[in-house]
Design a protein around this ligand. Structure first.
Ligand code: SF4
Length: 419
């Protein structure tokens, strides 16, 4: 104890803001000089070296805010959450379906798909037994079709290897095809109450803003940093509720462009709000601009027959059906080339029909843009079996074509051409 000090030194906070003069000891003590110097440097940096001052604090310093963070979210959640069907179940199958469907998809868009899947395939056995074409058809319009194919494979894996019962731990869930860290954490916490924090785009944004984390969330490296923080935040008593709460908070309160900071329960603790950095956080480097591809579709028809082809692997839309396709580097396809392509496919143009207009449609994917042109081609004769075998095309009635899984671009064209 220093002379005149009323409490033992280990009970004295080093923070000059919260210390009372009584606890500082006498003016000439080392503690007094340490606190005084620290306070002066900090004050000076605020006025003269702003960039230094706004450098995010290390997470260890922010640790005392943790209990407040979970408490604020758990109080906020019951009053604001949206009533969504997958929040009324602990069935890992239904939760898994919802999580796969909602990846890179807004709730409003994903909800009808979720309802369709749980109605059509009420159990994992039903989904596993379905044909892939049928599953892809139900998925049509949702994009990222590899998710649907993986989902179908995973259902078969669960039936085959786990007797139809989903694994009940985070680590075992990771062994399923197409189940990554986020999905495994969501199922493990929502269905089985395991204390494992989820990290999705909403969670990254909330953590980045509240704790002032400036790491680029588009890069893979900071994932560990965010996961470590999220793991310290999640309360053992309510991991499922906390995970739902933080994702919902990011989805409807701390939104990307217009967060509702005015009525935010974390406002006083929020680093981004306190430092005027709400629009700067999270830091996310821009993805490279996607390339443009020019697709020329020959819509071959004979009477009521329409010719389509199942797409192969190593390109977009694997397993979906489209028309005879020629891809070029330019937007235009000369008419003479068109005739040559029809001949190469084993077809012969009819002279009995008036020319139909070429339809142009555009489809934007995450990393590429497709500019598609559809050329209606009426054939003089049906395609021979040799021509079908060589081209991979197959004949369908319009009704059959409607039931096939197709890229939304093709479905839109067929709908448009019916009107
Ligand atoms: S104050 Fe604003 S930026 Fe901070 S957590 Fe709340 S809504 Fe998000």
């Amino acid at each position: 104890m220093y002379a005149g000090q009323k409490v033992p030194i280990q009970n004295v906070s080093p923070c000059p803001v919260s210390c009372s003069l009584e606890n500082w000891g006498h003016k000439g003590s080392p503690l007094f000089w340490f606190c005084n110097t620290f306070y002066t440097i900090r004050l000076a940096s605020h006025f003269f070296f702003k960039p230094l001052y706004i450098k995010p604090l290390p997470l260890s310093v922010l640790a005392p805010a943790h209990p407040y963070f979970a408490q604020a979210l758990l109080e906020w959640y019951p009053r604001h959450r949206r009533d969504l069907p997958w929040r009324h179940t602990r069935d890992p199958y239904a939760i898994w379906l919802s999580e796969v469907i909602l990846q890179q998809t807004r709730v409003k868009q994903g909800l009808p798909y979720y309802l369709d899947f749980v109605t059509t395939y009420p159990t994992v056995h039903d989904l596993a037994a379905a044909a892939e074409d049928e599953v892809l058809r139900h998925w049509q319009g949702l994009g990222y079709y590899s998710r649907a194919r993986n989902m179908h494979h995973t259902a078969q894996q669960v039936v085959r290897e786990y007797d139809g019962l989903f694994p009940n731990t985070y680590h075992d869930l990771l062994k399923l095809r197409g189940v990554g860290q986020y999905t495994a954490a969501a199922i493990a916490s929502f269905a089985f109450g395991e204390k494992v924090a989820v990290l999705d785009g909403n969670v990254y944004r909330v953590l980045s803003r509240v704790f002032g984390i400036t790491s680029d969330i588009a890069a893979p490296a900071p994932r560990k940093e965010f996961q470590a923080l999220a793991d310290t935040l999640i309360p053992a008593a309510a991991p499922d509720e906390f995970n739902q709460a933080i994702m919902e908070f990011g989805a409807i309160q701390c939104t990307p462009l217009k967060p509702d900071c005015l009525f935010c329960p974390l406002q006083s603790q929020c680093y981004a709000f306190q430092h005027g950095m709400v629009q700067e956080l999270p830091v996310k480097s821009k993805a490279k601009a996607g390339r443009t591809r020019y697709f020329h579709y020959l819509v071959l028809r004979y009477g009521d027959t329409l010719y389509l082809k199942k797409r192969g692997p190593k390109d977009i839309w694997q397993g979906l059906y489209d028309f005879a396709l020629t891809e070029t580097d330019a937007a235009e396809l000369p008419a003479a080339e068109l005739v040559d392509i029809v001949a190469a496919l084993g077809g012969q143009l009819t002279t009995n029909r008036a020319e139909e207009p070429v339809v142009s449609l555009r489809h934007v994917l995450s990393h590429q843009k497709v500019e598609a042109r559809f050329y209606p081609v009426w054939l003089e004769h049906p395609l021979s079996s040799q021509a079908l075998a060589a081209s991979g095309l197959a004949p369908f009635t319009l009704e059959q074509a409607h039931k096939l899984p197709k890229p939304i671009l093709i479905a839109n064209y067929i709908d448009k051409s019916q009107k």
